[in-house]
Every structure is written in structure tokens, then in C-alpha cells.
Design a protein around this ligand. Structure first.
Ligand SMILES: *Cc1c(COP(=O)(O)O)cnc(C)c1O
Length: 378
């Protein structure tokens, strides 16, 4: 989006505003498929659950990873009857429910869709057997999350030593283990995590086979990093590593899926806010904007992410602080931004803010979440 387009959208819709460019979502999806041609992408809806994003990705050929019943229904309702670009023939080609822990009511509601669901412990398996006996299951393996921006291995995944027992236990209960999955942690810039995880998955599949169980799907999870700054190595480098390991370790006919969230949507959104207050504290200029860490900038808290602010106004950059609109001191967007001297009512914007941003916005302090506008959604 050009500066002119962004400013015109802000004038038209007011602030705070999140602008999502669907050309960029399609481009990210195409890049994912180009570099990982054997991998079907199941978009992790939690990164940004805007229905228009679900529709755009489905039309482009994507499938979906959901983590709750409402997310499942959101996808189900939005893709119904939509045309889709031809893509690989997958056993479960539309939705995986990849939250390893599910309330029994959710399992009951999902059962009639014969869903694909993940698990990483015996209690969950028993629950699935009782409440969703028509589900196919995927065993979630715990793998190293070293250096990832958001760590997941302390909460999910069975230890490699238990995995095969959990697979056998599922078959003993007359459930079918369709796949093995892992997640290397979100915004994974340490590509070795993927290499190690693939090796661990291979070892589990080997042992399962030796105990009489062939597993058809390998789910390599999410974690594909968005290019937030120049330190993130190109996606093509990571893809090369993944392709080489897959080629080396796994049989030709294995079905491989991934659950990219951030990678598909992070770069597709820009947020716009207005300066609503300014002062000087300890000699440093301070600006207050009409958005906050409880709203579009919630990724600062929940996602451990940093966002830079830019101005349309020209001028000599100076170090300043930027705070959100709420009354909480936690609501600090940055203590060291470089912005020219700004006036009240000036616009500022933040790029690459499409993942884990408006998705986790609240109504704290009575301020509603930013308006979301979609461009090039077709
Ligand atoms: C959050 C999540 C994802 C998406 O992760 P990204 O790092 O955004 O790609 C994928 N799979 C599971 C199971 C998740 O919990």
C-alpha cells in the first residue's frame, strides 16, 4: 500500500484502523507453495480469524488449522460452496483441529464432521474415544523450540519416548492414528529446530511401523517466520532445509501438511493510528495514540513481538516514546521509536501487523477494537 492509499483509507474510515491487503495474503500463500511444493498449507486461523482471510486462502487452495469449536464453525461456514483452486488430493483436505486439549462438548459437536484432531496424552485419547469416536487422530510430538519467539513445548506435545505407546494405545481403542505432528515454536528463526523435529518424527514413525502401524500424514506444524526485520533469513533457505530432510528421511507417498499462521498474514496488514496527545517526559518526546497494547498492539504482550511506528509527516527523526490510549502503564508501545516531531491529529502507521494483533484485541477501558478494512479481497 502506498502512503497516499493508507492516508486516504484513514480519512475514509477513521482511526484506529487495520488495513489488510489480500494481494499480499495470496502472494504469501503462493510463496509457501512455491518453496514447499509437497506440503499442503493449513492456515492457522488463530493468527487472524477475519472471515475474509479464510475465504481468500481457501480460494487460493489452502486448508485450515483450527483450535476451538467457534474457529471450526467459522471455517466450515465460510468455505461452504466456494470455488477452490485445484490442489493435492488429501485424505483430510479442509480442516485439522490442532488443539491437543478439547472440552468434551467440543468433541461431541465435532464428531458428526468426522474431524481430524490432535492429542498428546492418554486422558485426551480416552475422551476422544468416548465423545468423538468418528475422529481421526494425530499424535503431537514435543520437539525443541530453541530460540523461537513464542515457545510452545512447555505446554504441548508428548515426549518422544511416549509417542509410540500413545500411538499403539489409540489403535488399541479402535481409533485410527492418521498422522504425527509437531510445532517448533512460533516465529522460529532457528532453522535447526525443523531439522531436529523432522528427525525425531522419522524415528517415531519407524518405531510405529516396527510395531505394525503405518502412519500416513506428517504434520510439520507452524513457526515459519515472517520477515519482520533483516535478521530473519529468507523463507527459501528454510524451505530448502525442510525439503532436503523430507527427501532424505520419509517415503515418497507420505502426505505432508503444515500449519502456517504468521507467515501467511503478518506482512499483509498495516495499522493506522492518530496522535491524540503529546508531552515531554524526562526530556524525551512522548506521544499517545488512539490504539493500544490491549487492542491492535496486543502482540507486544501476547506474541512477544515488537512493532515499529512510522509517520507520514517529514522531519528530522528523534527518539521518543509511544503510549497507547488506555489508563494502564503497561500500555506502552515503545520507549524508543524514531519519529519526526509530530502534532496532535497526525497519523502514524505500523507495518507487518497482520498476525496475533487484531486477533487478540480486547475492549479494555471501554475502547473498541480497531476497525478492520480489507483491500483487494475480490
Ligand atoms: C499457533 C499454532 C500454529 C501457527 O503457528 P505460527 O507460528 O503462527 O505459524 C500452528 N499450529 C498450532 C498447533 C498452533 O498452536
Amino acid at each position: 500500500m502506498t502512503s497516499r492509499q493508507l492516508q486516504s483509507l484513514a480519512r475514509q474510515h477513521g482511526t484506529p484502523l487495520v488495513v489488510i491487503d489480500h494481494d499480499l495474503i495470496r502472494r504469501n500463500y503462493a510463496s509457501f507453495k512455491k518453496h514447499l511444493p509437497k506440503v499442503q498449507a493449513y492456515y492457522a486461523v488463530k493468527a487472524n480469524a477475519e472471515p475474509a482471510i479464510v475465504r481468500t486462502l481457501y480460494k487460493a487452495g489452502a486448508s485450515f488449522d483450527v483450535a476451538s469449536l467457534p474457529e471450526f464453525m467459522l471455517v466450515y461456514e465460510n468455505i461452504k460452496g466456494l470455488p477452490r483452486k485445484e490442489q493435492q488430493d488429501f485424505i483430510w483436505d479442509k480442516i485439522i483441529y490442532a488443539n491437543p486439549i478439547k472440552p468434551k462438548e467440543t468433541l461431541q459437536a465435532l464428531d458428526k464432521y468426522k474431524p481430524l484432531v490432535t492429542y498428546d496424552n492418554l486422558a485426551e485419547l480416552k475422551k476422544i474415544r468416548q465423545y468423538a469416536p468418528h475422529a481421526g487422530v494425530v499424535t503431537r510430538l514435543r520437539v525443541p523450540n530453541t530460540g523461537s519467539m513464542v515457545e510452545l513445548s512447555s505446554k504441548f506435545g508428548c515426549d518422544p519416548g511416549q509417542a509410540v505407546d500413545l500411538i499403539v494405545a489409540a489403535f488399541d481403542m479402535d481409533l485410527v492414528v492418521e498422522g504425527l505432528s509437531f510445532h517448533v515454536g512460533s516465529q522460529c528463526t532457528n532453522f535447526q529446530n525443523f531439522v531436529q523435529a523432522l528427525e525425531m518424527a522419522w524415528a517415531v514413525l519407524q518405531e510405529a511401523r516396527s510395531r505394525g502401524h503405518e502412519i500416513k500424514i506428517l504434520d510439520i506444524g507452524g513457526g515459519f517466520p515472517a520477515p519482520y526485520d533483516k535478521h530473519v533469513r529468507p523463507f527459501s533457505d528454510l524451505a530448502k532445509k525442510i525439503n532436503a530432510e523430507i527427501e532424505r528421511l520419509f517415503p515418497k507417498d507420505i502426505q505432508i501438511l503444515a500449519e502456517p499462521g504468521r507467515f501467511l498474514v503478518a506482512t499483509a496488514a498495516t495499522s493506522l493510528a492518530r496522535i491524540i496527545g503529546k508531552t515531554v517526559r524526562d526530556g524525551k518526546p512522548c506521544y499517545y495514540i488512539d490504539d493500544s497494547v490491549y487492542h491492535t498492539f496486543s502482540g507486544i504482550i501476547f506474541d512477544h513481538c515488537r512493532y515499529h511506528l512510522k509517520a507520514f509527516r517529514k522531519g528530522k527523526p528523534e527518539i521518543c516514546s509511544v503510549f497507547g490510549q488506555t489508563c494502564d502503564a503497561l500500555d506502552t508501545i515503545s520507549l524508543s521509536e524514531e519519529l519526526p516531531e509530530l502534532e496532535i491529529e497526525d497519523l502514524v502507521y505500523s507495518e507487518n501487523i497482520g498476525a496475533y494483533s487484531n486477533a487478540s484485541a480486547t475492549w479494555f477501558n471501554g475502547f473498541p477494537p480497531a476497525k478492520v478494512v480489507h483491500v483487494n479481497a475480490r
